[in-house]
Design a protein around this ligand. Structure first.
Ligand code: NDP
Length: 274
């Protein structure tokens, strides 16, 4: 019987994970089935446990269950512990379930490998303080930037994040109106782009050397990326590579096989633009 994998969320119809993982399995000749599962809001833990008792080997977890997956895991990687959220669960040989968070590794890999963006010794601005940002801070600090500044509409949340990650590197929080110079790398980890809104950033944060990344992706550049393009940013990048990258890190954890994520990314980009 084929090993079973799935992504669990609510809603789930939009998920591109089944397509990505089926392509990875084909590339690496892995005998597995990967499906999308719509899980009732109040039943995550029982559905996930049942999955692992019925030949389920691994799960991806999406909104709104990442915190519940964090609570449910028997063991956690360091990056899942710091994120306090889990997007990947894996059944281990002894029957226990390991929780990981591959979002940050997916983003860092997309920046460094796919787009040659250097993070070491660079000044980084991160906008937002929700689940996605919590997941990327420790992997970013591992790359030894000179500093990370976190800004958020609700500034208290940015301050809490900065203080809880300070043991991993130079990280601080401030208000939008305190930003007064250009950064080397800017990451938009807010959901503002979903509604075509722009976080209230001063134009001075973007210079001609600045690489700008929006975790959101779509057929057209987001309002945020268009704003950065108009200010002359050196690179403007969307989150499709992060999506494929986090999936590749999950796949590697489960199957110990490195898929060709570049090929899948190119195919998905083509499909988005059709
Ligand atoms: P959360 O709901 O946890 O956090 C949302 C964040 O956005 C908060 O910091 C919130 O500020 C801020 N925000 C929302 N609306 C606005 C606005 N109009 N102006 C300024 N700030 C705003 O969401 P997530 O962290 O889970 O996700 C954030 C984004 O990242 C989403 O667009 C999601 O699609 C994307 N994402 C992409 C991934 C990928 O693989 N490409 C992976 C994971 C996420 P406040 O605290 O003040 O409410």
């Amino acid at each position: 019987m084929s090993d079973r994998y799935a992504v669990m969320g609510n809603p789930i119809h939009h998920s591109k994970s089944p397509q990505i993982h089926s392509e990875f399995a084909k590339q690496t000749q892995q005998d597995l089935i990967y499906s999308a599962m719509l899980v009732p809001i109040d039943s995550f833990e029982s559905v996930a446990k049942d999955f692992f008792q019925n030949n389920g080997k691994g799960l991806n977890i999406t909104v709104p269950f990442k915190e519940q997956a964090f609570q449910m895991a028997d063991e956690l990687t360091l990056r899942a512990q710091t994120a306090q959220a889990v997007n990947t669960l894996m059944l281990q040989a002894d029957g226990s379930v390991l929780g990981d968070n591959t979002d940050g590794a997916g983003l860092v890999g997309d920046l460094i490998t796919n787009h040659q963006v250097v993070l070491k010794d660079k000044r980084i601005l991160v906008i937002g303080a929700g689940g996605a940002v919590r997941g990327i801070l420790q992997p970013f600090l591992n790359e030894q930037p000179s500093s990370i500044t976190v800004v958020n509409r609700t500034v208290e949340k940015a301050k809490v994040l900065a203080s809880s990650f300070s043991e991993f590197g130079n990280i601080s929080a401030c208000e939008f109106n305190q930003l007064d110079e250009a950064f080397d790398v800017i990451i938009n980890g807010t959901s503002a782009s979903l509604s075509g809104e722009l976080p209230p950033l001063p134009d001075c944060v973007v210079g001609t050397h600045t690489a700008v990344y929006d975790m959101m992706y779509g057929k057209e550049p987001t309002t945020f990326l268009k704003w950065a393009q108009n200010l002359g940013a050196s690179k403007t990048l969307d989150g499709l590579g992060m999506l494929v990258g986090q999936a590749a890190v999950s796949f590697m954890l489960w199957r110990k096989q490195q898929p060709d994520s570049q090929k899948v990314l190119l195919d998905m980009r083509k499909q988005l633009q059709e």
